[in-house]
Design a protein around this ligand. Structure first.
Ligand SMILES: Cc1cc2nc3c(=O)[nH]c(=O)nc-3n(C[C@H](O)[C@H](O)[C@H](O)COP(=O)(O)OP(=O)(O)OC[C@H]3O[C@@H](n4cnc5c(N)ncnc54)[C@H](O)[C@@H]3O)c2cc1C
Length: 422
């Protein structure tokens, strides 16, 4: 940000901040809160708008998204029933709002990576945050950091309290996110305040998160990665499958395909199992045939080298150990291949938990008390957007798409409703 822009920004902050009175106070300076601020100001230039953020800077989580590259939308975000969970119809309310167009209007060139995932062309989350902050500065949005709201009182509008300050607002937008990765800001404090106000919410749980299994079962695979079709089984029945790269770490199974299935754990708890098909492009007969051919080719090789041309050596040895209690010395002495083929096609891991909010990318559950204008139904004049709501999406840009679009729509409604409340 240039010095001149920063000066305008600081001035607007000082003027509004001194009075601590705002037409619209947005609690939370993440993706949804910044989009809400821009949209509110664009809708009603006379309205004083503040973003109140508990951390030292706005947008900390945004900087971490997409490994710093910010996967900000998806070409298929409009298919909301397919990609969103919880109150997924909320995503339906944002269909028609184009996040890439919103960013191109802020000077950020966006592009599809060929798989429908939309990124800024420069692949820089910092550029996305700069664009949002520059626009906030241009519009005169007050940005108040290091200020965690601890209490909301509803009296002649809204009285917001932090540890050492009081703010008065005619309208409030709740944009405090969920409970995932509290070190990046969203510690669930705003959800707790909302519960105290009687705002109804669905129970929260970690989603898009690594899954826990028996540590001894994954220990030999630590650091391994494998392409697989992963199926989530509950009570022995297949529930949902995803294809992608699976990663094994200390007691955990992760990877985008596992993240996308992880929300099912809350539903089925310890009756859950992941089964990995490690040769997903072949049926069981083809795998059997491949194993027989390979056994002939490598008949004199040590058994531990049997599969090392198909899988990494540690993975090959692991599969042999999972399939056979006792391994002969030579590959050629392994009698049956059916059992090994079964193991390769359905490598099972019981699921015993998730890695928790500290490692989850998003939060399932959240506020349900919401109208189709993103206004809290039981508290007119209060709006909510982003992950604080009972909705989350698949990996691939769906969560940021919802945060930006719901933020922009909530900001627009909050600002246009100000006229009605005058
Ligand atoms: C590591 C990581 C990578 C991700 N990558 C992607 C990706 O590439 N694509 C994608 O679509 N999604 C991604 N996500 C998910 C996405 O970042 C979130 O869904 C999105 O940021 C939610 O936006 P939000 O504004 O609702 O909440 P947040 O971004 O969490 O912002 C909430 C803000 O509110 C502040 N706050 C909370 N409580 C208070 C309070 N009481 N007072 C004042 N301030 C408060 C917080 O400090 C925070 O800054 C990723 C998530 C993580 C953790």
């Amino acid at each position: 940000m240039s010095e001149a822009t920063q000066a305008v920004f600081n001035q607007s902050i000082i003027m509004s901040h001194a009075m601590n009175r705002f037409d619209i106070a947005i609690i939370g300076g993440g993706a949804s809160g910044l989009a809400a601020a821009i949209s509110a100001k664009r809708t009603n230039r006379k309205a004083s708008v503040a973003v109140i953020e508990r951390l030292a800077k706005t947008g900390k989580k945004l900087l971490a998204t997409g490994n710093g590259r910010c996967n900000l939308s998806n070409a298929d975000a409009g298919s909301y029933k397919k990609h969103y969970y919880g109150s997924c119809e909320l995503a339906g309310l944002t269909v028609g709002f184009s996040v890439p167009d919103f960013f191109e209007g802020l000077g950020v060139l966006c592009e599809d990576d060929g798989y429908g995932r939309i990124y800024p062309r420069c692949r820089s989350a910092a550029s996305v945050l700069d664009a949002l902050r520059l626009e906030c500065a241009k519009l005169g949005v007050a940005e108040i950091c290091n200020t965690g709201i601890t209490d909301i009182e509803i009296r002649d509008g809204f009285i917001l309290r932090s540890e050492d300050e009081i703010f008065y607002a005619r309208t409030v937008i709740l944009a405090g996110g969920g409970r995932s990765q509290p070190a990046l800001g969203s510690n669930g404090s705003l959800l707790d305040i909302c519960a105290g106000l009687g705002i109804t919410a669905a129970e929260t749980s970690p989603a898009l998160v690594p899954l826990k299994t028996e540590p001894a079962l994954v220990k030999p695979l630590k650091g391994q990665r494998a392409d697989a079709n992963v199926t989530f089984f509950a009570y022995g029945k297949a529930v949902k499958s995803e294809r992608g790269e699976v990663q094994f770490t200390d007691g955990l199974i992760s990877g985008i395909c596992v993240f996308d299935l992880s929300y099912l754990y809350e539903r089925y708890k310890n009756n859950s199992e992941l089964r990995l098909d490690l040769l997903p492009d072949m049926d069981i007969q083809q795998v059997n045939g491949l194993l027989k051919t390979t056994r002939k080719i490598r008949k004199d090789a040590p058994a531990e080298d049997y599969l090392s041309g198909i899988f990494t050596k540690p993975m090959g040895m692991y599969l042999l150990k999972r399939a056979y209690k006792k391994l002969p010395v030579r590959t050629g002495d392994i009698a049956d291949s059916e059992h090994l083929a079964q193991t390769i096609k359905q490598l099972a891991f019981p699921i015993t938990g998730t890695a928790g909010f500290d490692r989850s990318q998003v939060t399932a559950g959240g506020i349900t008390d919401i109208t189709d204008r993103f206004e809290i139904a039981s508290h007119p004049g209060m709006y909510a957007c982003g992950e604080i709501l009972d909705i989350f999406g698949d990996c691939g840009g769906y969560n940021l798409d919802f945060a930006f679009s719901s933020g922009a729509i909530a900001g627009q409604n909050a600002a246009s409703d100000l006229y009605k409340r005058q």
